[in-house]
Design a protein around this ligand. Structure first.
Ligand code: ADP
Length: 266
């Protein structure tokens, strides 16, 4: 609480009392705290690759340049760390556009079945590399939906790339889409991966929250994928939920209201 005190004065008697106002600052304090944490996280996430780049550049300078096989490896590290920073900054720009409400949805009539087949195609190389089988099941009654195709593509990319990242070789991923009982479009991505411990489930959509930071980093993750997915789904008036069984797998369900053509919710 923050307290403001105002004295009550009487002309002849001076101060005869005071008015105390208690301001509940819990909410703004919390907001300030999460803003501080966010800035600290961003700084840390940028500092890590920068430190690596600096030390590899120094090693090249200190003689590694004259050993071509070594130099090649070091340049490779510098390149991949730079790519990570670009991914991170792109993700941050994305989130900041949502925060400042500059992000407008561009809805179009979208063939859901084709959209889901396309996601699987985009990941076919990674799926093959890890010998993961992907199954697609789209309700035959489901045809087109009015949504921002680029936005939902990004949601699906983030969710499917997680499913692949956190599933061991030889596992499987099921993608399905249907109209649910309440007439909403429901898309589910289910994997047979490592799963997420119960205690982490509530926080998994928070920016930079990761179950295992080292593992996520080594997989090239930024820790922002699910936060971005949630912003895009929310902009559609929808909902994204995640359920998981550690050691068995995870299911992410995206629910989008069946908006009529012509309406614009952004
Ligand atoms: P990241 O870039 O680290 O993958 P995300 O925001 O996409 O960031 O995900 C946050 C964290 O949630 C991940 O670091 C991982 O710990 C966990 N996670 C997300 N999806 C899955 C999944 N399908 N299986 C297991 N863990 C997952």
């Amino acid at each position: 609480f923050r307290v403001t005190l105002t004295p009550i004065r009487r002309r002849d008697k001076g101060v005869v009392g005071a008015i105390a106002v208690l301001h509940d600052v819990t909410e703004s304090e919390k907001l300030e705290q999460s803003r501080r944490e966010f800035v600290a996280n961003v700084s840390h996430e940028l500092r890590t690759p920068l430190t690596t780049i600096k030390s590899y550049a120094e090693a090249l300078d200190d003689g590694a340049l004259s050993e071509p096989p070594l130099a090649e490896r070091f340049v490779g590290v510098i390149r991949s760390e730079t790519e990570r920073m670009i991914r991170l900054v792109t993700d941050l720009l994305h989130l900041s556009r949502f925060d400042s409400r500059q992000s407008q949805l561009r809805r179009q009539m979208t063939d859901v079945s084709e959209m889901i087949e396309d996601v699987v195609d985009r990941f076919s190389l990674q799926l093959r590399q890890k010998a993961i089988t992907a199954k697609v099941q789209v309700d035959p009654g489901l045809q087109k939906a009015w949504l921002d195709r680029d936005g939902i593509d990004q949601v699906l990319d983030n969710v499917v790339s997680n499913a692949i990242k956190y599933t061991l070789d030889g596992g499987s991923i099921d993608l399905s889409a249907k109209w649910d009982e309440s007439g909403q479009l429901s898309i589910a991505v289910k994997d047979t991966g490592i799963g997420i411990p119960r205690k982490d489930l509530d926080r998994i959509f928070e920016r930079f929250y990761r179950v295992d930071k080292a593992r996520s980093r080594s997989m090239g993750g930024t820790g922002l994928g699910l936060s971005i997915a949630r912003e895009i789904v929310r902009a559609h008036g929808g909902h994204i939920a995640l359920d998981s069984e550690p050691g068995h797998g995870t299911i992410v369900t995206i629910t989008l209201p069946a908006t009529q053509e012509g309406s614009e919710l952004a």
